[in-house]
Design a protein around this ligand. Structure first.
Ligand code: HEM
Length: 485
């Protein structure tokens, strides 16, 4: 069993959640604020781990931006995201920054307006609807591989920039799922460039919010990128609306255009539709791209597990591309991806504002507190994970996962704001991995040196270069330097 005794106990019997309520939260003293700020800005992951090791599962950290309340225990995560979610909204700087590009889309929206939008959009992400995108995903991945082969960028010994390639592939997939065949290559290129610029600037602003509120060159560039995105998306919406009844095509945009509120019968305005599309473009590609990059990185460091994956593909696929109905038989692929998202969760922390006082783990959370639940730290919590830093996909085998705390692992968040695209992402990641790795083995370039960089999402920083060799070449896997597990 992976699960330790503590996590196997019913919630109410677990340690650390005393009934004694204490008004002063544990944490470093006020005069460490400047140092904490620097450490949080530079090394958020290590710093947060250290805070848990020193002070426990609920920690108040003084910083120059105000106090941060860090919640690490899964019971606390459940309290914030699910049990008392109405007490925690998204009125925090991170989401204000994101809304500069995403407007009032689902990720940044809140309250009644969010609920109404979520109701309108939920049916488009129903499992059966998402499953219909399986063929699109495999075809796009095969086309991407073929393109790389034609350009001799793969199979020729030339290194591939994995994060860049994964991002290119997942963006083209989410664009096809959204717009069908409507997005010409030139528009895709424009969207891709503007989205990359916006993403960089938003990430920079995560740690330096002022750079986008003052008249800086960064703010100017963000406005340009946003203008470009609006121009492309608005044109597509207008073209589709003009088609009237003829517009049904089975892509996400058609579903969103047809969505009507059950009570009022009202659909989305053009502006709301644009915000939702931009949200799906941004939230729907970067996260999955990171998951794939980290997975390929971990596999390159664990050649035995990579070899077992190859056996799974030979046995199940027998040389053909994967299909949706193969997924239940690709169990190692699923476990590898889940374990990769445990060690390197693309959403590494989620922030909320406490609207009223609350109690978590026997501690008082003050009204107005800036609360952060931390996937990166909880996913490595020693009370819930044996050998927390080891890459061990089998811990996601059904028999080992049974009884695990629901919130010991929450890569897609939880409660009412659970990621709407989680089924899409899991289907996509498995189909891409199986299509790619059934044809190629990947070797980490000897110069590769990678560390996790916590920006809007958790990205691999440094060079994640890999060479791809045809599975029939008999290449041997090898490890590289970096954040090895
Ligand atoms: C591995 C891939 C992904 C991960 C790890 C991920 C993670 C998350 C997380 C943690 C949240 C909750 C944010 C919060 O509570 O503050 C979220 C929300 C969201 N995600 Fe994902 N996501 C992924 C893929 C996708 C995809 C493929 C799409 C769309 C096609 C998507 C669209 C969204 C949207 C629209 C929201 C906001 C939902 C709401 O608040 O109602 N995500 N995602």
């Amino acid at each position: 069993m992976t699960i330790t005794k503590a996590s196997a106990l019913p919630t109410e019997q677990r340690p650390n959640h005393s009934k004694h309520r204490s008004s002063r939260l544990p944490g470093p003293p006020w005069y460490t604020a400047a140092g904490n700020t620097l450490r949080f800005l530079r090394h958020a992951l290590d710093f947060s781990q250290e805070m848990r090791n020193r002070y426990g599962d609920v920690v108040s950290v003084p910083t120059l931006m105000g106090r941060l309340t860090l919640v690490f225990h899964p019971d606390g995560v459940r309290r914030v995201l699910q049990e008392n979610h109405l007490n925690y909204n998204k009125n925090i700087p991170d989401y204000r920054i994101l809304s500069l590009v995403l407007g009032n889309g689902l990720l940044t929206n809140d309250g009644e307006s969010w609920l109404q939008q979520r109701r309108l959009m939920q049916p488009a992400f129903h499992r059966d609807r998402v499953a219909a995108f399986g063929t699109l995903i495999t075809e796009a991945t095969t086309a991407w591989l073929n393109q790389l082969e034609t350009a001799q960028a793969i199979g020729s010994g030339r290194p591939l920039d994995i994060p860049q390639e994964m991002s290119r592939l997942t963006l083209s997939i989410v664009c096809k799922a959204l717009f069908g065949a409507d997005l010409p290559a030139e528009a895709l290129e424009r969207v891709s460039r503007a989205l990359t610029t916006a993403n960089h600037l938003l990430s920079e602003a995560f740690y330096l919010p002022g750079i986008l509120s003052l008249p800086t060159p960064q703010r100017h560039r963000l406005r340009e990128a946003r203008g470009e995105l609006h121009a492309v998306v608005d044109t597509i919406i207008q073209q589709r609306r003009a088609l009237g009844e003829q517009r049904g095509r089975g892509d996400l945009l058609a579903m969103l255009l047809d969505a009507r509120d059950a009570e009022t019968g009202v659909g989305m305005s053009d502006q709301q539709l644009r915000d939702e599309i931009l949200t799906l473009l941004l939230a729907g590609h970067e996260t999955t791209a990171n998951t794939l990059s980290w997975t390929l990185y971990l596999l390159a460091q664990h050649p035995d597990i990579a070899a077992n994956l190859q056996s799974e593909y030979r046995r199940v696929l027998q040389g053909r591309p994967p299909r949706m109905d193969d997924l239940p038989h690709l169990s190692l692929t699923r476990m590898v991806i889940e374990e990769s998202m445990r060690l390197y969760p693309p959403a590494w922390a989620l922030g909320r504002r406490a609207l009223a006082e609350d109690e978590i783990g026997g501690h008082t959370i003050p009204k107005g507190a800036y609360v952060l639940v931390f996937q990166y730290v909880t996913h490595r919590h020693p009370d819930f994970w044996e050998r927390p830093d080891a890459f061990d996909p089998e811990r996601f085998a059904a028999e080992r996962a049974t009884g695990r705390h629901r919130y010991a692992y929450f890569p897609f968040g939880g409660g009412p704001r659970l990621c709407i695209g989680n089924q899409f992402a899991l289907i996509e990641a498995r189909l891409i991995l199986a299509t790619f790795l059934s044809r190629y083995q990947l070797l980490l370039s000897p110069t590769a040196h990678v560390i996790p960089e916590p920006l809007v999402t958790l990205r691999p920083r440094g060079s994640l270069l890999m060479t791809a060799h045809s599975t029939t070449d008999g290449a041997v896997y090898s490890g590289g330097k970096g954040a090895s597990q």
